[in-house]
Ligand binder design. Structure first.
Ligand SMILES: [Zn+2]
Length: 253
């Protein structure tokens, strides 16, 4: 049976999402920004929390973990991290995990933080990317280097086009404003802008999005495209350097 997901807002602009295995009833929360909205989501869906999958140590992704663990006695899986150690099991790239009968694997995606990992459920064509890839954006490079972040984004860009991704924040509209300064004539980006404006006007989330659509419209995944390099005055320069320049411009935007 295919996985079900349930997306809901937390804090001011965080997303949290549950992934549920209908065959076994197992349910994982991807991160836990705060306990109360996760509990409300469990009540609404009737699902029972069995696992929390942590993407990285930041408090706006982990502050609810302790309380939920205590209440539901769920398993906490997370990255090898010297900043967030309240996990039952650590997981590294190349290892798999089970949520009921669902099988996930991990990609190590450092850059935003050094401990950042992403969870990929290949058979269900769903992945959870935390603060590495946002729709039409990417996470701020806080602990790693821009080159490391670019390498992490390349791993995510290599996922199948049809794979849906969830991310940790609703930043899409602001990201599009910036992306249009880099690629004002990108038709996929202009179309995504219209779609996102309509979704936000209706009070709806702009994710999940697909990897394939993102490759067409997200300038942070397009640093190795000649027209993007040229747009920031870096024709012929290495992609990691072009990415670094785009990320620096976004920080000042
Ligand atoms: Zn973060």
């Amino acid at each position: 049976m295919a996985a079900k997901t349930h997306l809901f807002p937390c804090l001011s602009d965080n997303f949290c999402v549950l992934i549920h295995d209908p065959a076994t009833g197992a349910t994982a929360s991807i991160d836990a920004p705060e306990a109360a909205p996760v509990e409300a989501a469990l009540k609404e869906t009737g699902w029972k929390l069995t696992d929390i999958l942590v993407t990285h140590h930041h408090a706006d992704h982990t502050a609810g973990v302790g309380e939920l663990k205590q209440k539901y006695n769920c398993r906490v899986v997370g990255p090898v991290s010297d900043k967030f150690r309240a996990v039952d099991e650590t997981i590294r790239e190349g290892q798999t995990l089970k949520v009921g009968n669902l099988t996930g694997r991990v990609l190590e995606t450092p850059g935003h933080t050094l401990d950042h990992i992403s969870y990929i459920f290949d058979a269900d064509k769903i992945c959870f990317l935390g603060d590495t890839l946002f729709s039409i954006g990417c996470g701020r490079v806080i602990e790693g280097t821009p080159a490391q972040m670019w390498n992490s984004l390349l791993k995510l860009r290599a996922l199948p086009d049809g794979m849906q991704f969830f991310c940790g924040h609703e930043y899409t509209q602001a990201n599009i404003k910036f992306a249009l300064t880099i690629e004002p004539d990108n038709k996929a980006l202009v179309a995504r802008a219209k779609e996102v404006d309509a979704l936000r006007a209706a009070g709806k989330p702009t994710i999940p999005a697909t990897i394939g659509a993102e490759k067409e419209a997200n300038c942070f995944l397009r640093a190795d495209i000649a027209s993007v390099a040229a747009a920031v005055g870096m024709a012929g320069k290495p992609a990691a350097d072009v990415f670094t320049e785009i990320r620096a411009r976004k920080n000042k935007f």
